[in-house]
Design a protein around this ligand. Structure first.
Ligand SMILES: Nc1ncnc2c1ncn2[C@@H]1O[C@H](COP(=O)(O)OP(=O)(O)OP(=O)(O)O)[C@@H](O)[C@H]1O
Ligand SMILES: [Mg+2]
Length: 370
């Protein structure tokens, strides 16, 4: 079904009727931590955490109802891991209400969405399926980092190469774009979630406390800033609050800065290694162009104070932040929707780069495969 299916029929109709018949078009950035859905005209941007409450499947055994519903009410998680869907049914449940809000029309919308450059065909197919199940009429998927570049204001049509790195919740994606093509891409399924997990584990193992999510975020912000600074090694402790694992009561602890930095350094190291190896694999011509244009950082990871400084130090290149790091992808997908409106099939020129998969297809996805 083409975007302009109804264009022929609509020709000659009164403008209002023609407007009513127009199929809405929507951009979706389904991220591991945050989902953003925008209408093509940019008037509606609906966003929320990528969390779903697990629904009970089948009828529980007699006598188990109360306990099971209690447990189910507590189970909240993301249907994505490492930037890709691991649970199609719940991903559809997550997208459905956001899609309705962004495109409140009786006509099923056309959707443009995106996936990491190292995603497999399976992973992209399950993304398309989740969006279709959520109510879309037709789905097209483009590379996420290509969209991020567009949303960061990079001229993707330019003859000079640009390098964008998107550090999200589950995946760090890096791509060189020139003349509308992703000429080089690489990715690693290590990102903010791993930084936060490292911080959480220090508290669990060393202090028997499960920190509240906002506390994990606060501590991660602080130690990433310290780990990336040129100051002498951080001393002292940071106070944090959470739920005691043994006592089951709220408690506060003092966690050593040095210990926290020690825990996040290997994670930062994996991200930096991916970037360094990626840069080494560029052709001399691309390297020369990138050394002039520098690196643009986007995604939530770019918001951590000092991340730009760290990337600049490790690569020796000029690094700048995207104007709205958290919204680069959705802004880019939305602006690409405009091109879809003007020229159906334009995305066929957006070639998926051949990036080796950084891990196996997740089990849940593999099970759903025909
Ligand atoms: N100022 C900030 N505001 C919001 N999130 C931030 C900020 N600084 C760092 N972050 C981190 O950014 C992460 C979310 O980033 P982002 O929204 O880009 O991920 P995502 O798009 O959902 O994931 P992915 O693209 O990997 O699937 C969170 O883990 C959060 O800790
Ligand atoms: Mg993202």
């Amino acid at each position: 079904m083409l975007l302009n299916d109804y264009d022929d029929i609509r020709e000659g109709m009164p403008a209002l009727l023609s407007q009513i018949l127009a199929r809405p078009a929507v951009a979706i950035d389904l991220g591991t931590a945050n989902t953003r859905v925008a209408s093509a005209d940019g008037l509606r941007l609906v966003e929320g955490p990528s969390l779903i409450r697990h629904v009970q499947q089948g009828r529980p055994e007699q006598g188990e109802d109360e306990y099971i519903s209690y447990i189910n009410n507590k189970l909240v998680s993301s249907p994505l891991r490492g930037g890709v869907i691991i649970d199609v049914r719940n991903a559809a449940n997550l997208i459905r209400p956001l899609l309705k809000k962004a495109a409140p029309s009786w006509r099923a919308p056309l959707v443009l969405s995106c996936a990491p450059t190292d995603s497999s065909d399976h992973e992209r197919r399950f993304l398309a399926e989740a969006i279709s199940r959520a109510g879309a009429r037709r789905v097209v998927i483009i590379p996420e980092v290509w969209a991020a570049a567009l949303g960061a204001g990079i001229n993707v049509d330019a003859g000079v190469a640009s390098l964008l790195i998107d550090i999200g919740e589950g995946v760090t994606d890096m791509a060189v774009i020139r003349e509308r093509r992703v000429v080089f891409a690489t990715a690693v399924r290590t990102a903010c979630a791993d930084l936060q997990r490292a911080v959480r584990n220090v508290a669990i193992i060393g202090h028997k406390i499960s920190l509240y999510p906002h506390e994990v975020q606060r501590l991660t912000q602080e130690v990433v800033g310290r780990a990336t600074s040129d100051d002498p090694p951080a001393e002292g402790k940071i106070k944090a609050v959470g739920m005691g694992i043994v006592s089951g009561r709220e408690m506060s602890v003092e966690v050593s800065r040095r210990e926290l930095i020690g825990a996040i350094e290997p994670v930062l190291g994996r991200i930096m290694l991916m970037i360094e190896v990626g840069l080494r694999r560029l052709s001399p011509e691309l390297t020369a162009e990138i050394s002039r244009s520098g690196i643009c950082l986007s995604g939530g990871g770019a918001c951590f104070q000092g991340m730009d400084r760290l990337v600049a130090r490790r690569t020796g290149l000029a690094v700048r932040l995207a104007p709205e790091p958290l919204n680069s992808v959705i802004n880019g997908v939305r602006s690409a929707l405009g091109q879809w409106r003007r020229q159906d099939g334009w995305w066929k020129n957006v070639v998926w780069p051949n990036v080796p998969q950084s891990r196996e297809v997740p089990e849940a996805v593999a099970r759903l495969a025909p």
